[in-house]
Design a protein around this ligand. Structure first.
Ligand code: PMP
Length: 358
């Protein structure tokens, strides 16, 4: 085979279906489908974004490889200089670049499942080994004691942590983060959902800790998942190498312009975040009342729910899909489903479907 052995061994990814496929399958308009499976933002970006996209002047010219304007705007209120900030095609690309620079075949990473599957995925692609330290049951908190022990024993190069975590929405405290950073291992703190947590981002910490990377995105709270813009705060000793290996035109003209425009209307972003945080509270109360669901408290824009009373989680997902409500089920978390927070009318429609299934 032409294919490298570690790639041949990889499991296939589960298919991710676009809205159009659901639309055709269900004979519904895309806007009628209640999409609560990918933690997207139902409100979308501020109007400035649509305006900026209409005004695009030079689509014939390659984008700025260094995303200078966007990095300057991001640095402005971050307490961090633009030289620490890198922009990518989603936070996903920054993860990939970090692996490209830092992690090769045989290197070890620490992963704390259940969590964002992309950490283990990137490890598989680069041939890195995954030291798994599963989260505690039932609250999905980190097993810090075991993590410390395994860091000493296995000497992983890097620990990946999402705060709030996907899928459950639990957060990493300052105290735990400091403890791990003091172990001198590289900590990648994924803050894709930080805007929903009420916590301040730890981007600034990068000035103090040479072994911290913080990843963020415009996909969730800024409503730009479709344009693929993410960013990260990196110690300068790592920035240098990521700049060397990144493809020059990694973020399109459209994506850079849209992200800059989104940052011009922070009042809108805050309003949408507050609406989703408020709706999260209402959805949590309602989900707790469903006899066959046990949602975990969440600091993100989604809930992980245990499916109980002998109900099959995958069948629940399929049944909701036929009613036009899309939620996430993952075979690696057999008895659970993940449900994103939508608009109030999405919650109402979801609850109506759940009632019909009870
Ligand atoms: N981190 C986490 C924890 C996520 O859940 C996601 C998106 N599902 C990402 C990163 C990737 O975000 P982006 O769209 O910026 O690539």
């Amino acid at each position: 085979s032409f294919i490298q052995p570690h790639i041949r061994k990889m499991a296939s990814n589960p298919p991710i279906l676009p809205l159009e496929v659901f639309s055709a399958r269900l004979s519904k308009k895309p806007e009628e489908i209640i999409k609560l499976d990918a933690n997207e933002n139902p409100y979308g970006p501020p109007p400035e974004v649509f305006h900026a996209l209409q005004q695009l002047k030079f689509p014939n010219i390659y984008p700025d490889p260094e995303s200078r304007q966007l990095r300057a705007a991001l640095a402005k209120d971050s307490g961090l200089g633009a030289e620490h900030i890198l922009v990518g095609s989603g936070a996903d690309e920054l993860l990939e670049l970090l692996f490209r620079c830092a992690l090769g075949p045989g290197d070890k990473i620490m992963d704390c499942p259940p969590t964002f599957p992309m950490y283990a995925f990137q490890a598989a692609v680069s041939g890195a080994l995954v030291i798994k330290v599963p989260r505690n049951s039932p609250d999905f908190s980190l097993n810090v004691q075991l993590m410390e022990k395994m860091v000493e024993q296995e000497k992983p190069k890097c620990i990946f942590l999402a705060s709030p975590n996907n899928p459950d929405g639990s957060i990493v405290s300052d105290e735990v983060l400091r403890k791990l950073l003091d172990m001198r291992v590289l900590v990648v703190l994924d803050e894709a959902y930080v805007e929903f947590s009420g916590m301040e981002s730890r981007m600034k910490w990068v000035k103090k800790y040479e072994n911290l990377v913080v990843l963020r995105t415009f996909s969730k709270s800024a409503g730009l998942a479709g344009l693929r813009v993410g960013y990260g705060a990196f110690p300068l000793s790592i920035v240098e190498y990521i700049r060397k290996v990144k493809l020059p035109y990694n973020v399109s003209v459209t994506a850079q312009a849209a992200a800059c425009a989104a940052l011009q209307n922070t009042a809108y972003l805050v309003k949408v975040q507050s609406a989703l945080i408020q709706e999260r509270g209402r959805l949590f109360t309602l989900l707790k009342e469903v006899p066959f669901l046990k949602p975990s408290p969440s600091h993100a824009n989604h809930f992980l729910c245990e499916v109980t009373c002998g109900m099959d989680a995958e069948k629940l997902k399929d049944d909701l899909e036929t009613m036009g409500v899309i939620i996430r089920h993952n075979r690696s978390l057999k008895n659970y489903v993940r449900i994103s927070v939508g608009k109030p009318e999405h919650t109402d429609a979801l609850m109506e479907c759940l009632r019909r299934l009870s």
